[in-house]
Design a binder for this molecule. Sequence first.
Ligand code: KG4
Ligand code: ZN
Length: 374
Amino acid sequence: PGRSLILGIETSCDETAAAVVENGWLVRGARVATQHELHRPYGGVVPELASRAHVDVLTPTLAGAIEASGVDAADLTAIAVGNRPGLVGSLVVGVAAAKAMSWSLGVPLLGVDHVLAHLVAARLREPAKVSGTFVAAAEAPDTPDLPQLGLVVSGGHTSLYAVPDAGSPRVLGSTLDDAVGEAFDKAAKILGLGHPGGPAIERLAAGVTREAADARVRLPRSLLGRGSLDFSFSGLKTALLYAVRGQPEKGPDGKTRFPRSEADLPEAERAALAAAFQFAAVDVIVKKLGRALEALAAEGTPPGAVVLGGGVSANRHLRERVTAWAEARGLPCRLPAPAHCVDNGAMIAAAGHDLLLAGDLADLRLPAVSTGPR
Ligand code: KG4
Ligand code: ZN
């Protein structure tokens, strides 16, 4: 097969993103319009506002990505769009635009699973550019060492995967309640920090040692049953709430009251609590990676590498811990660049490249679907 130039479109949540990717890994041009400011006053993503904002900015985002790539739209090989899972009113915006482009350019349409796209983001590479013009192509990523142990940690998902050399990834375990990114966002709210919470907690926690965090509070690490590969983060969130606001009491009117508010927290204490939360969440993730590695080895399919993706994989503490964990086991660790951890169009194009090679094409009836695998 010759060179592929795929346009990837992402509108599943609060990022409007597009990118042109060559051969499934080289990011020729990309644009991301984030809606963080729009949703900040509400402390979370408001679906109706999200879909309207996608409508407003998608066309200039697409045009910007194509222009930045230096590729003529007529030379595109295919159009890939994240069509599941996500907010359905947001997904339909990208899906409709992708259909229009596929139809008008006469090129294949590819329907991409957003969560599985996070698993291929680690192979994306940015070429060197000076004032928008290519000066050097990036080096091709290492050939994938399949099978892999995959982990997606995002605002909607916390899932471990067995990534085989052929066929679709298989879910080994996932969260029973909050996704880890959602837990970061809720923890940030409890601590009186802004939305999105992950980066805010990371910033505040930086520089707090494990000893200092432990000295303030020891938060629970919920590992579920022996050998379980599932996750649960709701207990951690509640424990943080009580650490911040004290034990709730029922007032004379029957309403629950907390003795303190997050506004009463001294700044050093807020940082110690943010770090205590981050240590607890990352401890659980690293522990579960270990269990998944053992499970795959016991099945006779030891992975050749570990691959991460999703917004939380941008977290520096998580990256350091997982890198050290993998190194100690002689396992290559594939981490996406931070810009490719959070939602982006390039990962959609990369996953679309694989669908194109497999001949797995969509057509103009492609639906937007709110749910994903499991
Ligand atoms: O992958 P993503 O952009 O969207 C989903 O598919 O959900 O992930 C967004 C999530 C948010 O919950 C955000 O707080 C979290 O990723 N996140 C982080 C960091 N950057 C983003 N969590 C922890 N540390 C970060 N540096
Ligand atoms: Zn995502």
